[in-house]
Structures are given as C-alpha cells and as structure tokens.
Design a protein around this ligand. Structure first.
Ligand SMILES: O=C(O)/C=C/C(=O)CC(=O)CC(=O)O
Ligand SMILES: [Ca+2]
Ligand SMILES: [Mg+2]
Length: 441
C-alpha cells in the first residue's frame, strides 16, 4: 500500500514537472515561431493530416508553420508510443492510451523540438521525413466523434435570444441559473474547418403567414463556440464527479454551430433545435490540450443562486481565450472582423457541463464533442452570432465595401479564431472556417 502511494505520488509530481517544463514561457524551438504564431513550443496541439506524397491520414502536432509527423517520429524510436497508434485517421486510439500518455508524449515532443536538442534539429534525413509545411498538408477531422452535445452557457447569449424569441421582460428562463442547459446535437454532421456548408432547406413560417412553407433557409447564422473532447469516458450509470471532471477532458477546439434561425424559431418549441442545427457544425483541426491551456485559467463569473452541490466547483475553471469572428463577403477580397469576445465570461464551466451531462448516469465515449454554447460578451461588438449582432436582422451590419448583412449570404465565408496571450507568445487554436454554398434546388 505504502509503495503504491509513493509511486502514485512520484507519478503525480513527475506529471506536474512535465507540465511546468512544457509550459515554460522561455522555451524556444529550432522551428521559428513569431510571437503571434498560434503554435509555439508551449502549445503542441494534436491533429490529423495527410500530404500528396503520403495520402494516408496520420497524427501530427502543429509547431510554427509546420506539422511534426508523430508516426514518423515514433518509427524513428523517439516516442514511447507505437507508430501504428499514430498511423490512424483519428486521434481516438492515441486518446484511449490515457492522460499520462497524452502528457508524456507532449513532454517528449517538447523536448525533441527544443532549440538546444540536436536529435531532430541536426538530423536532415529525419527532418525531411517528419516535418511537413502546413500549407502542403490537408487537415482532417481530428477525432471520430460518437456524440455531440451543445450547451447554452453564456448568460448574455441566453438573455439576447430570450429577448428576441420570447419575452424581453423575462428573457432568461427560470431554469437557466440552475442548470447548464444543453441539447443532444448531431455528431454525423460535424465537419473540419474548410468544409463548405450547404444552406439547409426546411420548414419556415413567414412572419404573417398562417401556415409554414418549405424552402431554403433565409436566416442562416453562425455561432461562435468552443468545444471540448472527451478523453476518458465514464460508464453507463456512473456519473462524473465535478472534482474529477477535468481529468476526463482531452482538449479543446473552436466550433461553429451553424444555425438556421428561421427553421429554429418555428421548430424549437418545446423540444429544442432539430433541423436548424443538424446540417453542419464545423470544428478547428487542432485540439489544444488542457495542459497547454493550464497557464490561462481564469475566474469564471460568480454564480448566484449557488448551484446544487453536484455542480459546486472549486478553483478557477474558466479560461482566458480571446476570440474573433470574421466574415468574408462573397464578392469582397478581405475578411472583416465582426465580433471580438473572450471565453472567460461564460457562466457555466466545462466541468459543470460534464458533471451535469452525466449526473443522470448518461455515459460518454472517447471523442465525444461538447459545445460550449454561443460565446457572447456584454457589448454588441462581442455578440457571437449574427442573430444578436444584427438583432434578428433589424440592424444590418455595414461591411467595408458598403454592402450590408443581416444573415449569411451564399458565397460568404465565416472564420473564427482564438488564442491565449502569454508573455511574448500565444497558445492558439488556429481557425475554423467555412464557405456557404447555395441550398439544394
Ligand atoms: O434561446 C434559444 O431559444 C436558443 C438558443 C440557441 O440558439 C441554442 C444553442 O445552440 C445554444 C447556444 O449555442 O448557446
Ligand atoms: Ca449552439
Ligand atoms: Mg450545429
């Protein structure tokens, strides 16, 4: 027993040391990363990529404007994980190896990429094999996603939508302050950044009409969100305790929960969104580990009334992530920023969402995706959807080229980006983007 305890203690202190070393702001890689790069040595997010020369998808880590091919590095005997774990079209096999392996692998990669480590730096043959320029690679959906749930955790967003769709005098529904509200989304239509999004068809009820009509969505919108990926599943009937919830999270991505507002407003009562959010959800290709995000923990808003005991959290469970949305109007050359906000203002935290999701006994699986809910700040420029930015079309956005937008038009491209600002470096998420194609005729 004592020996076991001593070993567990040694393992946990080793792990803490690993994170502290990998997150050291003074660390430098031999791959140059300017201060605004999203992928310095302090980040090392995991993804899946392929190249024209080797079209088989495999696991890689982003470093500067390159990708480190983990299959090639493991084949060279430089990682404690079998190469076949990385010769996969998703991260799931790697994630299944557990948190000590995620951590140990990130630490080994960090070591290998250090400016003062000659092992890879001065091995031209291995560099040629294992380092791929990002612009020469195709990035794939990083995770096989068995289930997708979307939460509703921004008080500002819930208040804004409540005002527009329901009653401005009672915008926030009474359950909202007690429950991290969510709905079960569609995992089948989660796509990776860059995948075009077809405008959905569906039922619409026009303002003064008696009956609905069938047609193309006229109020197509984005929702700025982050998502987290389940790394350690829980069994059916065994809820995840909030104190351990973080251990179950592999990492985070950016997420665009494309939304058809006209379909939504007609269909959502009383069971919630269905076709209005089932046609596409885009995520960024790089999964940023919770270890890389550790230095950017932030206080989340004070919760009043106090949540029930199973939702009581301790410590800082928010994260300081700057987020931006840009819109590139079909005809214009340049994208224009239309929203700037921060993830730390979210009322319900990821650990609360996970504790709530499983409190019924609901199980989760490796790769399950949990959307944060739309991330809206308190000022109009910080609203995370066009529904809010244009107040349901009443106040169109005027773009730099003079054109106006209430909702997304065919040919428009929406891109989201996000990063944590360190001292002289950024731990970033890259981007999630998607161009809208006309509805099926
Ligand atoms: O308030 C409503 O009726 C609906 C809000 C949403 O659009 C649902 C949703 O996707 C949750 C979110 O992103 O916060
Ligand atoms: Ca959403
Ligand atoms: Mg969606």
């Amino acid at each position: 027993m004592l020996a076991w305890l001593a070993k567990a203690f040694q393992r946990s202190t080793l792990m803490k040391k690993d994170i502290m070393q990998t997150n050291d702001p003074t660390l430098k890689s031999f791959i140059p990363t300017p201060p605004e790069s999203h992928f310095p040595i302090q980040n090392l997010p995991f993804g899946v990529f392929s190249t024209a020369a080797d079209p088989a998808p495999r696991v890689g880590v982003a470093i500067g404007d390159h990708i480190l091919d983990l299959a090639a590095i493991a084949e060279a005997g430089l990682l404690n994980v079998k190469p076949e774990i990385f010769r996969q079209a998703s991260l799931n096999a790697f994630i299944a190896l557990g948190r000590p392996t995620w951590r140990g692998t990130r630490a080994a990669i960090s070591d290998l990429l250090r400016a003062d480590n000659l092992q890879l730096r001065d091995n031209q043959a291995l560099r040629a094999k294992a380092l791929v320029a990002q612009d020469q690679a195709t990035l794939h959906l990083p995770v096989e996603i068995p289930g997708y749930t979307d939460f509703y955790s921004s008080m500002e967003h819930a208040t804004n939508v409540g005002s527009m769709f329901r009653d401005p005098a009672n915008a926030l529904l009474p359950n909202w302050l007690h429950i991290p509200i969510g709905y079960n989304g569609r995992a089948s239509s989660v796509v990776v950044s860059g995948t075009p999004v077809q405008r959905p068809n569906g039922q619409l009820k026009l303002p003064d009409a008696e009956a609905p009509v069938f047609g193309a969505c006229r109020k197509l919108d984005f929702e700025l969100e982050t998502g987290f990926i389940i790394g350690q599943p829980n069994a059916l009937g065994e809820p995840i305790d909030i104190a351990n919830a973080e251990q179950h999270i592999f990492g985070m991505v950016l997420l665009n929960d494309w939304s058809a507002r006209d379909l939504q407003q007609w269909e959502y009562v009383p069971l919630g969104p269905f076709n209005s959010k089932s046609f596409a959800t885009s995520i960024s290709p790089w999964v940023v580990s919770m270890d890389a995000l550790e230095p950017f923990r932030a206080e989340s808003p004070v919760q009043q009334p106090e949540p029930l005991p199973y939702l009581k959290q301790s410590g800082k469970n928010g994260y300081d992530i700057t987020l931006e949305v840009s819109l590139k109007a079909g005809q214009s050359a340049a994208p224009q920023t239309i929203c700037r906000t921060n993830f730390k203002a979210m009322y319900w935290t990821m650990v609360q969402q996970l504790a709530h999701h499983t409190v019924s006994g609901c199980n989760t699986r490796i790769g399950d995706l949990m959307g944060s809910g739309t991330i809206s700040g308190s000022t109009p420029g910080a609203y995370g959807s066009l529904l809010e930015l244009t107040w349901n079309g009443k106040n169109p956005l005027v773009l730099a080229d003079g054109s106006q937008r209430t909702f997304i038009q065919d040919g428009d491209e929406v891109a989201m980006t996000g990063w944590c600002q360190g001292d002289g470096y950024r731990v970033g998420f890259g981007a999630v983007s998607g161009k809208v194609l006309p509805a099926r005729g």
